[in-house]
Design a protein around this ligand. Structure first.
Ligand SMILES: Nc1ncnc2c1ncn2[C@@H]1O[C@H](COP(=O)(O)OP(=O)(O)O)[C@@H](O)[C@H]1O
Ligand SMILES: [Mg+2]
Length: 399
């Protein structure tokens, strides 16, 4: 994944929104100013009231089915952006670096046309007002309505009726580094507790902001969705397509997030055909799964069978495998805490990590079967930071 360094920032003309002072990781950024209207539990995080825009940025003339090529043309012709290079390809999208008219390099995720339907998650729209040093900044969402594209920015969000648009592309900050899964696959992730704790603490800080200030649930916390820059040590949460309001009860059952990190209550809800659980505790389970995976070199609850051995690689599972994964997660969740601890310990090969007992207790708590038994996100940050300061200082870092 070759990412060009950011170019000199400048002012980006309309229709893209305001430009960051720098494309570099801004881990020193002060905590964001939160719009009070975003943060009330009772108020929707994103105003979805439809107010027609006076001068919407529409483009006409593209005929159905508005393929990825049409989106690229729109980025080129209307947003005057230039393709730079490919970053990654997901199941439903392609992520590439594009240069804006201001010279800045952005990450643009183009969604496949068949996944652009009106029922898609639209979490990206909720992401527009978010400001946090550990969350990827979303600048613009290219929406498709009536066979036309237009860009929704934070400023025009109130004029967008989410039910009436499909999301064609998302323009975000280009985050330096690589995702944690890729680092692991390339064997570039330092195998030490300091690095793991730092990644998880930063992820949890992002989640504290989402859960407690914005009443949002991420729903897809996993290694692939956390970017880590080894140079600066900064970690950022990406892939905000499943963002949901924790007060939103209007969803029906269906899979949300990734199989391997599904919480047991979510699996049960899906199986029972009941309404979705929009509780932040599903993210806490996912953090437990992430922590377990980091500590054990990729063994998460989804990979444990009854004998405690693992064999599932990380992949998009078939229907049969999904059922197996679900059952494994449910079985793991039901396992007694002491046995969970033993199972996790049996997969930790790093002697130094094994000596830090608190981290195992914390992981087991996050993977509690009952959501109410899991710590809240700020408690997780506190515990992780306490563990972090108690870690022995590596000889090279002593004065
Ligand atoms: N803003 C970004 N900056 C740099 N790399 C990114 C960015 N967004 C995504 N990526 C890379 O592309 C991969 C897939 O992106 P993601 O948004 O997670 O899509 P998907 O829906 O396919 O999971 C990520 O795992 C990461 O490696
Ligand atoms: Mg992803």
């Amino acid at each position: 994944m070759d990412i060009s360094p950011p170019l000199t920032p400048a002012v980006l003309p309309a229709p893209l929104p305001a430009i960051p002072p720098s494309m570099e990781s801004r881990s020193d950024e002060t905590l964001p100013q939160v719009n009070p209207s975003m943060c009330s539990a009772k108020t929707a995080v994103v105003p979805m009231v439809y107010v027609p825009v006076e001068t919407p940025v529409w483009i006409k003339g593209y005929s159905s089915p508005l393929s990825a090529r049409c989106v690229e043309n729109y980025l080129n012709d209307t947003l005057t952006m230039t393709y730079v290079n490919r970053i990654d390809e997901g199941g439903f999208s392609k992520i590439s670096a594009w240069q804006g008219p201001d010279g800045h390099i952005y990450a643009v995720k183009i969604i496949d046309s068949k996944h652009r339907e009106k029922t898609s998650m639209k979490g990206e729209l909720k992401a527009l007002p978010l400001r946090h040093p550990n969350i990827v900044r979303t600048y613009g969402v290219v929406c498709q309505a009536d066979k036309q594209f237009h860009v929704v920015t934070e400023d025009t969000l109130g004029a967008t009726k989410a039910d009436e648009v499909g999301i064609a592309a998302i323009v975000t900050e280009l985050v330096p580094g690589k995702d944690v899964m890729e680092l692991r696959i390339r064997d570039e992730l330092p195998d030490n507790l300091e690095t793991y704790l730092s990644i998880v603490i930063q992820t949890c800080k992002a989640l504290t902001y989402l859960h407690q200030e914005c009443q949002l649930v991420h729903f897809d916390v996993k290694e692939e969705n956390i970017m880590y820059d080894k140079e600066t040590g900064a970690a950022k949460l990406i892939d905000l397509s499943f963002l949901r309001s924790s007060s939103d009860e209007s969803f029906t059952a269906g899979v949300i997030g990734t199989y391997k990190a599904l919480s047991p209550e979510l699996i049960q809800t899906i199986r029972d055909g009941k309404r979705m659980v929009n509780d932040p505790s599903v993210d806490i389970w996912a953090v437990g799964s992430l922590l377990m995976s980091l500590l054990t070199s990729s063994h998460s609850p989804a990979q444990f069978n009854k004998a405690g051995t693992s064999f599932f690689p990380n992949f998009v599972p078939s229907k049969t495998d999904r059922i197996i994964i679900e059952q494994r997660i449910l079985n793991f969740a039901k396992t007694r805490p002491n046995l969970k601890k033993l199972l996790i310990k049996s997969k930790i090969y790093n002697e130094k990590i094994l000596k830090i007992k608190d981290i195992l207790d914390l992981t087991v708590n996050l993977l509690s079967e009952k959501p109410e038994q899991r710590y809240s996100i700020d408690q997780v940050v506190k515990q992780l930071e306490e563990i972090s300061v108690r870690l022995p200082v590596p000889p090279g870092k002593m004065n």
